[in-house]
Design a protein around this ligand. Sequence first.
Ligand code: AMP
Ligand code: MG
Length: 515
Amino acid sequence: MSNTKLRAAILIVSETAAKDPSTDECGSILQKAFESDGGDQWDVAATEIVPDNALDIQRTITQWTDSGEWMNLIVTSGGTGFAVKDITPETPAPVAVKLPVDANLIGSVVAEDVKAAEFVPAFRASIVDGYAVVVSEDAPSAKGVFPVPFFSHAQAGDIPELHPGQVARITTGAPLPPGATAVVMVEDTILTSKIEEGDEEKEIEILTDAIRPGENVREIGSDVKAGDVILKRGEGITAVGGEFGLLASTGTREVHVFKRPVVGVLSTGDEIVQYDRPGELRIGEVRDTNRPILLTLVRESGYEAVDLGVASDKPGALEESLRAAMRKVDVIITSGGVSMGELDLLKPTIERSLGGTIHFGRVAMKPGKPTTYATIPFKNNAGDREIRTIFSLPGNPASAVVTFHLFVLPSLQQASGISPVGLPRVKVVLDQDFHLDLHRAEYHRALVVMKRDGLLYANSTGAQRSSMIGSFKGANALLCLPAGNETLTRGDKVDALMMGKLYPVVNKILVSGRS
Ligand code: AMP
Ligand code: MG
């Protein structure tokens, strides 16, 4: 039944084929692929050929995504090469860089498999405090009294050879003396005599006869062998400690990771003053709330943040600020100037003054409707053509924070090789009723806690007006509320995106605070 099939559209991006469609071979090949390999599930509902022109590509794709007759899948062909005209994939791909192994690596993703350069442990080491002994399969440890001619401590240096019939005191992590084959733990021994001039033992008695070769010994390379792959491409280096610990313990000095974008944060608006400016505000002045929060969010998310200050709403000022920013950073976050007022200059500046492409400029969501995403072509100091990404977030602080989490963070993560991207999504039980917005999906600031039944429960943090940054106080999640004309009631389940840590509620006392 054709009306239940999925709808696909094919977009051919080619200067030549746009002039003469008979030169195009891709369209028919893709069409056939849908027919022969699509499991009879696909209907190619539209095919278009456009030249390598951002506006044409954009217009065609938005017609296929935003009209009532939207497509399930859009396949584009062409425009993916390296010519100046080739612009279809605008989002920069992750780039690998070689970095020294230090704490700055935390948050990076490994771009090439890392092999251990050394064995861990590098020598045969004792697992316990005790006495090194010489035993073999045929002759396990014998009970009896043995002389203790020397000690092996956990320190560098030569150790004498241990002969059968002798034992050597050994501490946890210390190297086994040459000749020793196992360690008897101190709990299985008794001190029988001390040397005259001190506390150290002269002889000890071994109480067990069950110690076999290799017992209580970490063999060379038993944790990690030289040449083992210790980290794979795509794995993240976390602050939990395992990855960084592996690099440190194997003496790895450098590692290829995906470059994390450097992010600039710019506020816009003639009314915006430095948040810590002393003195009272004059009428109309607003303290810059977005820039300090966004800088913190960027840094807390693991990216270098550059403070780009405040740009005035005067023509030319914004363009100048953005041009300067493109030389300093990979990604620019602005806030304000994207609503519908005459001083809202961001979109015209990006498109007309900077030759950028606005990929989207309005989003059906609450808050965050004016959120804008664009790319701007840019020539670096070496004259190479690069792309700068710009997120123009709404000016209202709560909207700026919500849209940072929903749009900017996943993009930064994608650029630095992190997968999957975005805030962790969990199912939560509503602990109160929620009225839905008729037209727009809402991202509602909420506190999600785990109760004694092990389930996650969500409560609103209060009034959600987009100017009220205080609605984030105490919030650790954004509830994903669909658009609709009903009310979700207590006990209903929805998705929540976790921005912060999860805390348990024990006997109605909220255990909170941040570590
Ligand atoms: P706009 O889209 O520029 O008209 O901004 C929308 C609202 O957000 C206005 O009330 C602005 O004053 C306010 N706003 C814009 N930028 C900031 C900022 N950095 N800090 C606090 N409020 C801001
Ligand atoms: Mg403004």
